[in-house]
Design a protein around this ligand. Structure first.
Ligand SMILES: [Zn+2]
Length: 642
């Protein structure tokens, strides 16, 4: 079960919409893992609160008038605010004793955080020793990743054929919460922004601004960008921070306003979740204006030909944008885009920028040009077809761009996961004519000498590549992934799952039967016809046949994702024993758990069933008999699950 957490972490780092799990969520989802097993926890001396957001002027006016009322100040009395950039990272609490770092924890639920001291000790930006002689100091700040460091980490991942991280923030969270420090951990940056507790005789801090200077003086990194403004000039201060945004080496998503006077802060107090003396002003997502110079039509793995806008380079939020996705023809028509249009480009987070619309063009007599969809494939010059509002090239492996994309996908983490077979390596071997269809990846095994003589391919690297390829021929592979990797137009994960679910028995024979008879599949007529076209080609049939020799072991996991509980109670505790044919223990466990049941290690009175495979443990059998617990064979149990 513990092995599921790193997978979730991988997903968190590389996919969108995958949330980071807090300790509470981990407890809820993985009840048999105690928090201690995941990561040690640390109790905060004072709750770590979050800030309430302001989005417009009304929010700001309300915030200030509430402060005035609570402090009983007249309209004439100015209120001073310390305004700081709001970093896009995660909060960290540091404790120093006699000047030495002894504790570091994340926010967690606000009361208790995760102890991340081992990772923090590897961060170059956080000093282990500070120039502070008092007995205890607790400070808080933000951990983040600078853009250049983020790019560097991703460049390394690209070279190693690993899935790229999505955003600097996700990466920072992942690095800080990982189990083992890496050289990337060193790259994490930190800015301290508040003093929470200070044990020292005589010395007191009066204001937020003063405390930032103090933190700086004792050797902690502090964001140099900060301003003091009275309530009347607040907006100006926020604007000053926003102006800095494009030129900062890290991402910020707003400004933080704190009442500067600590005495005032104390009187204003806080709710259970946020202080009454501070607010975050959120900036809108970053936009830029530029010209749409041209449209490039690119061919995807499954033959879809999609438009990409080539833009006059424009800098948005510190990053130069030269391309933006145009999705499809409808999108272009809907926004009435033409070549040479002046357009608004939006960049939210680190996703591919997109064109939001046309902007007002102030040039005199600009000349626009209609964007016409190509009639021929830009890669193989085949006639294109229009289907589902998209353009398609039916070239398959005969189309160079599709072949390269298919090969790269087949070797990627999403499919076979072959080390050192990133897109650059695929392009190189393809250009040399060594690989063409996915099965030909295995013929590289006969080219050891030739590969090792290529520029930038050492004997050692070649060995690692070929060892990786060889290893794949001995492993068993998830059938859904293999079906997706075949490169059948219109067959993505959903269709691949459907194909695999209709198998009467697992293995290549079933797959071939399905491809021969797409009419038996629960897929639409278009997909059926795509499969028929794919299978009508002798080359493809030969390719699948050769592939079945290279990858003899495939296993069915198409129904692992189902949540139907069928004839069993909606949730129950079961114990498993013995060897289950065709599945690892972990896979079997996951299958049961996906149906809402819990798998426990020992036979106790509270379990509903003992599920057995081959050679179950005698001890578990006798215990089950003693407690009168039903003993069910795996296959029978599975039938009930479906
Ligand atoms: Zn083509």
């Amino acid at each position: 079960m513990l092995t599921e957490l790193p997978q979730h972490m991988q997903d968190y780092l590389t996919k969108e919409d995958v949330p980071w799990l807090s300790i509470e969520e981990i407890n809820a989802r993985f009840p048999h893992i105690t928090a201690k097993e995941i990561t040690p926890v640390a109790k905060h001396v004072k709750p770590m609160l979050s800030l309430e957001n302001m989005f417009d002027l009304n929010d700001l006016v309300k915030f200030i008038s509430q402060i005035r009322k609570k402090l009983d100040l007249t309209e004439e009395t100015p209120i001073e605010f310390c305004i700081e950039p709001k970093l896009d990272g995660l909060a960290l609490s540091l404790t120093y004793e006699n000047g030495k770092l002894i504790e570091a924890s994340t926010r967690g639920d606000g009361q208790t955080g995760e102890d991340v001291l081992p990772m923090v000790k590897h961060m170059k930006s956080i000093p282990q020793v500070i120039n502070f002689t008092g007995s205890k100091l607790v400070v808080r700040g933000e951990v983040f990743l600078k853009r250049d460091d983020f790019r560097e980490i991703n460049a390394k991942r690209l070279a190693a054929n690993l899935v790229l991280y999505k955003t600097p923030r996700n990466t920072a969270v992942g690095l800080l919460k990982s189990k083992q420090p890496t050289e990337d951990t060193e790259k994490l940056s930190f800015f301290a922004y508040s003093v929470v507790e200070m044990d020292t005789a005589g010395m007191t801090l009066q204001t937020q601004f003063e405390s930032l200077s103090f933190l700086e003086k004792i050797g902690l990194p502090v964001n140099p960008q900060r301003v003091i403004r009275t309530d009347k000039d607040c907006l100006k201060g926020i604007d000053e921070i926003q102006q800095l945004r494009p030129n900062l080496p890290y991402g910020i998503d707003g400004a933080v306003l704190k009442v500067n006077n600590f005495e005032f802060q104390k009187r204003l107090g806080e709710s259970s979740t946020s202080p009454y003396w501070a607010r975050a002003w959120k900036f809108p997502s970053a936009v830029g204006y530029t010209y749409l110079e041209d449209v490039i039509w690119s061919v995807g793995r499954l033959g879809a030909v999609t438009p990409v806008a080539k833009l006059t380079p424009v800098t948005i939020d510190g990053i130069t944008i030269e391309k933006a996705t145009l999705h499809n023809l409808d999108f272009i028509r809907h926004l009435r885009l033409q070549k040479n249009s002046y357009v608004t480009v939006e960049r939210a987070g680190d996703v591919i920028p997109s064109i939001v619309g046309r902007a007002f063009d102030t040039r005199e007599n600009p000349v626009y040009e209609e964007i016409l969809p190509p009639t021929q494939c830009p890669s193989c010059q085949r006639e294109l077809k229009v289907e589902s509002k998209a353009l398609w090239c039916s070239g398959g492996y005969e189309c160079p761009d599709q072949a390269i994309q298919s090969l790269a996908y087949f070797c990627s983490k999403d499919c076979l996961d072959i080390p050192f077979m990133g897109i650059e390596a695929v392009k190189l071997f393809y250009s040399l004519g060594w690989i063409k269809t996915i099965d030909s990846v295995f013929t590289l095994l006969q080219r050891r000498k030739e590969i090792s003589q290529l520029p930038r391919w050492s004997v050692k690297k070649t060995s690692k590549l070929l060892d990786g390829i060889l290893a794949k021929t001995k492993e068993s592979h998830d059938m859904v992934r293999i079906v997706m990797g075949l490169g059948i137009p219109m067959v993505g994960r959903r269709t691949a799952s459907l194909i695999c679910q209709s198998f009467t028995q697992s293995g290549w024979e079933s797959l071939i039967h399905c491809l021969e008879h797409p009419e038996t599949l629960a897929v639409g007529p278009m997909t059926q016809s795509a499969i028929r076209v794919f299978w009508s080609s002798l080359e493809n049939r030969e390719m699948v046949k050769r592939l079945s020799h290279f990858l003899p072991l495939i296993r069915d996991s198409s129904n692992l994702g189902s949540t139907n509980t069928g004839g069993l109670p909606t949730s129950s505790k079961v114990c498993m024993s013995g060897i289950i044919k065709g599945l690892t223990r972990d896979e079997a466990k996951k299958l049961v758990e996906r149906h809402g049941h819990t798998v426990v290690d020992n036979v106790t009175k509270s379990i509903s069933t003992l599920v057995i495979g081959e050679k179950p443990s005698e001890k578990k059998l006798s215990q089950a008999r003693k407690f009168n617990i039903p003993i069910v064979e795996w296959n029978t149990y599975c039938n009930k699950l479906q």
